[in-house]
Design a protein around this ligand. Structure first.
Ligand code: SAH
Length: 220
């Protein structure tokens, strides 16, 4: 039965989505944090009804909020640790950031569009996520302060793994990004650094908005 109030109806959608993600094998610790973050706060108000659908949705500046299943898998592959700092490239609406904030000691996040940076910062304040440091800038350059990062998550599609990110990754660090595989198909990829060697593993195929940066031509 669908509850009468819009809140009850959304709550049902949320429960159904979290149950589906649980069946996919996402750990309870990550599911609980996804349940804590009100996804409806991160979508345009005209799309509140769809906020707990398992789809990406359009946001301002022609960008999108990631699909919950993709957020769940990227977060799981990142192996969150409450003692660690994490760098996120591509804040967007800030949904993934808010989940990371509940699983890491501190989140550093970078967004290229001013309007999205401002909207996301407002949400972080409303949700009292005091362990998020957000800035506007080019994430292709990484962060450059507070180096190195034991975890890096990239939530826009880069043409390839960028040097700056690898240089900013701590020993035994993990980087999760949508990257093209050998056939050119974009897939969630885990890059791990061990004894100075990079290991790359490709997982689910995905679609992401592109990472846009003037540095690609200068610094491939
Ligand atoms: N993490 C978001 C998804 C963000 S969509 C979520 O939880 O839904 C990807 C974002 O990356 C967009 O907002 C886009 O503006 C941003 N982006 C693209 N190129 C960038 C760059 N070079 N530096 C920082 N952000 C960038």
């Amino acid at each position: 039965m669908i509850a009468k109030s819009p809140d009850g109806w959304l709550e049902q959608k949320k429960r159904r989505l979290l149950a589906k993600i649980e069946k996919d094998g996402i750990p309870a610790k990550i599911l609980a944090r996804m349940s804590d973050v009100p996804r409806e706060m991160f979508v345009p108000s005209s799309l509140t009804h769809a906020s707990w659908d398992d789809t990406a949705l359009p946001i301002d500046a022609g960008q999108s909020i990631s699909q919950p299943t993709v957020v769940a898998w990227m977060t799981t592959l990142l192996q969150p640790d409450a003692r660690m700092r994490v760098l996120e490239i591509g804040t967007g609406c800030g949904y993934q950031t808010a989940i990371l904030a509940k699983l890491f000691r501190r989140v550093y996040t970078i967004e290229r569009h001013r309007v999205l940076f401002e909207q996301a910062s407002k949400r972080f304040a409303e949700l009292r996520l005091r362990n998020v440091t957000a800035k506007r800038g080019d994430g292709a350059l990484g962060w450059r302060e507070n180096l190195p990062f034991p975890r890096i998550i990239v939530t826009a599609a880069a043409p390839h793994l960028l040097k700056a990110w690898v240089q900013q990754l701590a020993p035994d660090g993990i980087l999760i990004a949508p990257l093209p595989d050998a056939q050119g198909a974009l897939r969630i990829t885990r890059v791990s650094l061990h004894n100075g060697h990079l290991k790359s593993e490709a997982f689910m195929p995905v679609r992401f908005v592109p990472l846009i940066s003037p540095t690609f031509e200068k610094n491939p």
